[in-house]
Structure formats: structure tokens, C-alpha cells
Design a protein around this ligand. Structure first.
Ligand code: PGA
Length: 253
């Protein structure tokens, strides 16, 4: 990967953003306990959001309404409306008070064949309806070992920049090396910082790190100059872990 651009040319470190990605987990009963813990956690200056399964958005909005924690969804359609059975539009998510929507998560790219162009279109649709897309990029282990990290991340981000042009400023990027997701193998802080600096050299925006983030490794990761927060899967399902992650982010904000 190429050398990081000079930090002095970039914006000062941003307020930390911690986003929980519940994936396809939860139940009415377990969500209640998780949300109660979240509402009780001292968040300080950190910004916190939870991206939940769409069927729970009504309950989550009800529970978090008026508080400090934002909420959002894990995907949206690239279309406005129409004959797209099973899909959920960005306009619908906006009606439920969503602040964020994850687009292009590696699980959707891998399991649902989502292309860079489709992910960029989803981000465009989300922005149009006032949502902040969290656009995921990241290389597989094979791509990293083949020295293709820069090319892969550049291609994924490039598609969004090409379509969105100046609107890309409204997008949060999440760097999630696929080999670190749900595996317990976190990227070293140095390696993550290197990738974040690369992303910011392509577009200077808020960049979250994702991949096995937990309270034990969060301070070191979030302490890196170009890591502006975290996208958290597994640890966001445990009330104690997630609130402790929020506190760590708050102490660094
Ligand atoms: P993980 O998931 O924290 O369980 O690795 C992160 C993600 O997929 O967003």
C-alpha cells in the first residue's frame, strides 16, 4: 500500500462515531435489554447509532426517540419504489426516523452479489432521502495477500465517488477488512491506520473501522489519527461490551 498522505493536510480528528450492526440477530425480548443498557450508558461526546433488522425499527425508534442514540438500517433498495418484492426503500427508512443506513456490507457483496455500482446507487438513494449512508469497503484475505488492498478499496470507493461527486461528503465510509469480520482477527492498529489514510487520500471524510472491534482493542484502534469510530458487529449484541465501547469512544472524542 502507498504511503499515508501528510496528516497536516487533512481535517482534525473527528468526533467518534460508534455504530452497532446487529446483523440478523435479536428478538423483541433481547432488544429491550440491549436498548435499556444503551440508554443508560454514559456516551459523553461520542456519537452512537444502532443499525437493526428492519422489522424492529418501529420498536427501536419508539425506545430511542428523544435520546442521544441514533438508529438505522442495514441495507436499503437502490430503487425508489415499485415491484421489488422483499426490498425496503430509503424513503420508508426515513419514515421510521433512521439516521444511518449501512450499504455494501461485505456480507451483502458476497452473499447477494452486490456490485460497486449497485452499492453506489444505494448510497445515492439513501442521501436523497436524508439518510447518512455508511458505505462499507474492504479487501478479502486473498486480495490482501495478493497485494491488491489498495486497488480493491480504490475501486469500491471510486464507484461511489464517480456517481455521487460532491454528494460523497454526506457519506460515512467503513473500512472493514473481510478477513477481520466476525473472526476475532482484528487488523493491527497500524494496518488499519494505513488503510484509513489511503481512504482519506481518496476522499477526506469520516472513516470507521470494522472487524472484531471489542472493548479490549478499541482504545488502540480508535486512538489512531485517521480512525474516526467503529462499526461493531458481535460486540454490539452484548450490552456490557457495547456500552463500554461507547465509553471508550467518548473518552477519546
Ligand atoms: P464484527 O462485525 O464486529 O462481528 O467483526 C463487524 C461488521 O460486520 O460490521
Amino acid at each position: 500500500m502507498s504511503e499515508a498522505p501528510a496528516g497536516s493536510q487533512r481535517a482534525a480528528k473527528r468526533r467518534s462515531l460508534v455504530v452497532g450492526n446487529w446483523k440478523m440477530n435479536g428478538s423483541a425480548a433481547s432488544n429491550e435489554a440491549l436498548l435499556a443498557a444503551l440508554k443508560a450508558a454514559p456516551l459523553g461526546d461520542a456519537e452512537v447509532s444502532v443499525c437493526v433488522p428492519a422489522v424492529y425499527l418501529h420498536d427501536v425508534a419508539d425506545s430511542l426517540h428523544g435520546g442521544a442514540v441514533h438508529w438505522g438500517a442495514q441495507d436499503c433498495s437502490s430503487h425508489e419504489s415499485g415491484a421489488y418484492t422483499g426490498e425496503i426503500s430509503a424513503a420508508m427508512l426515513a419514515e421510521f426516523g433512521c439516521c444511518h443506513v449501512i450499504v455494501g456490507h461485505s456480507e451483502r457483496r458476497a452473499l447477494h452479489g452486490e456490485s460497486d455500482a449497485l452499492v453506489a446507487q444505494k448510497a445515492a438513494t439513501a442521501l436523497k432521502h436524508g439518510l447518512v449512508p455508511i458505505l462499507c469497503v474492504g479487501e478479502t484475505l486473498a486480495e490482501r495477500e495478493a497485494g491488491q488492498t489498495e486497488a480493491v478499496v480504490g475501486r469500491q470507493l471510486g464507484a461511489a465517488i464517480a456517481l455521487l461527486d460532491k454528494r460523497i461528503d454526506g457519506v460515512v465510509i467503513a473500512y472493514e477488512p473481510v478477513w477481520a469480520i466476525g473472526t476475532g482477527k482484528t487488523a493491527t492498529p497500524e494496518l488499519a491506520q494505513e488503510a484509513h489514510a489511503l481512504i482519506k487520500s481518496l476522499h477526506d471524510t469520516r472513516v470507521l473501522y470494522g472487524g472484531s472491534v471489542k472493548p479490549e482493542n478499541a482504545a488502540e484502534l480508535l486512538g489512531q489519527p485517521d480512525i474516526d469510530g467503529a462499526l461493531v458487529g458481535g460486540a454490539s449484541l452484548d450490552p456490557a461490551s457495547f456500552s463500554s465501547l461507547c465509553q471508550i469512544a467518548a473518552s477519546l472524542s
